[in-house]
Design a protein around this ligand. Structure first.
Ligand code: PHE
Length: 338
């Protein structure tokens, strides 16, 4: 029996097969177990010797079983390790590449143009004080922009800035002229959304202050920007308009040979010469902060425009809400290209 058992153990090439052999010989109802159980039937004088014999066989079988079990387990582990091994020399999986948001691209274009003209680029707080967003910018209490309807107010009396113009004030309080800055950032308006209105959008604000800055400088700057964006054919148009923080004030539009076909005037933003009341408000704030009054008598211009308008036209996006809906079908088209 020992012979047979050892042969079967050698032949077992899986752990399951080995388990079957184990059950057959040394299991609860196995052959060896049965023989040990049968000892009781023998005459007492034979039991001891027979018992010892069976035990020798049992131990030999058990030892062979244990050894084979070890071998099979090691082989199984080796196979598992081999199959799960990571080949670090394989090329990586191609992850889908991201891309820059269309608004970021338009900002990059615009800011590139202004950097070339020597402007510093700054940002400012989106949660703003009423004084910086309105009063200091000469926005009277009766101006429609002050309407509760148009502004997101915070419970502490602050607000979400409705334009980037408050950075004009903050920057002038902290810096001395001459200065040339553009401000990039988000602005918020509490109004119904539709294809051309969102409650959050972006602005690029410009401010230039020095001695003898004139409306001609403003027009030249806007024309330079238009040519930078749309090439040498670009023309600009200014129409009188009203913003409390500039005088005179204007809206400007750009016209260029549009490769998509129909060319038309694109209304881009507002601009004008910095209102003397704005310089006065800045000097008041400077005085409160223990600084010199240096802005009275200065001249400067400011402008503000919306990158969304440029991006909608540039990329043929028909609805401003697509920019912020995070729809992969829309944003997926801006992958890869930077
Ligand atoms: N702040 C104005 C707006 O949001 C735009 C503007 C900026 C107009 C600077 C004139 C000068 O509509």
């Amino acid at each position: 029996m020992q012979q047979e058992a050892l042969q079967e153990i050698t032949a077992a090439d899986t752990l399951e097969a080995l388990q079957a052999v184990k059950t057959k010989y040394v299991g609860k109802k196995g052959l060896i177990t049965q023989q040990l159980g049968g000892l009781g039937q023998l005459p007492p004088e034979e039991r001891k010797a027979r018992g010892a014999e069976i035990n020798v066989v049992r131990q030999a079988i058990q030892a062979a079983l244990d050894e084979k079990e070890g071998t099979l387990k090691r082989a199984a582990l080796d196979a598992k390790l081999r199959s799960e091994a990571v080949d670090v020399t394989l090329p990586g999986l191609g992850l889908p590449s991201g891309g820059l948001h269309p608004i970021t691209r338009v900002y990059d274009d615009l800011i590139g143009i202004y950097r070339q003209m020597g402007y510093a680029v700054v940002e400012g707080p989106e949660v703003e004080e009423e004084h910086y967003n309105f009063e200091a910018l000469n926005v009277p209490w009766y101006h429609p922009a002050r309407d509760l309807q148009d502004t997101f107010w915070l419970e502490d009396g602050r607000l979400l800035r409705t334009h980037t113009s408050p950075m004009q004030i903050r920057y002038m309080v902290d810096h001395e002229p001459p200065l040339k800055i553009v401000v990039r950032g988000k602005v918020y308006r509490y109004e119904a959304t539709d294809a051309t209105h969102e409650s959050m959008f972006h602005q690029l604000e410009g401010l230039v202050v020095g001695e003898g800055i004139s409306m001609a400088d403003l027009k030249g700057t806007i024309a330079e920007m238009a040519r930078g964006l749309y090439g040498p054919s670009a023309k600009v148009r200014f129409q009188p308009s009203y913003y409390p923080f500039v005088e005179p004030g204007a809206d400007f539009a750009v016209y260029w040979d549009n490769p998509r076909g129909e060319s038309k005037w694109l209304e881009l933003g507002g601009c004008g010469m910095v209102h003397p009341n704005v310089f006065k408000a800045v000097d008041d704030l400077r005085e409160q902060a223990g600084k010199d009054r240096i802005y009275e008598g200065m001249t400067g211009f400011a402008f503000g425009l919306g990158p969304e308008r440029i991006a909608m036209l540039k990329y043929g996006i028909p609805d401003i809400r697509y920019f912020y809906a995070n729809d992969p079908k829309v944003m997926g088209q801006f992958r890869g290209e930077l």
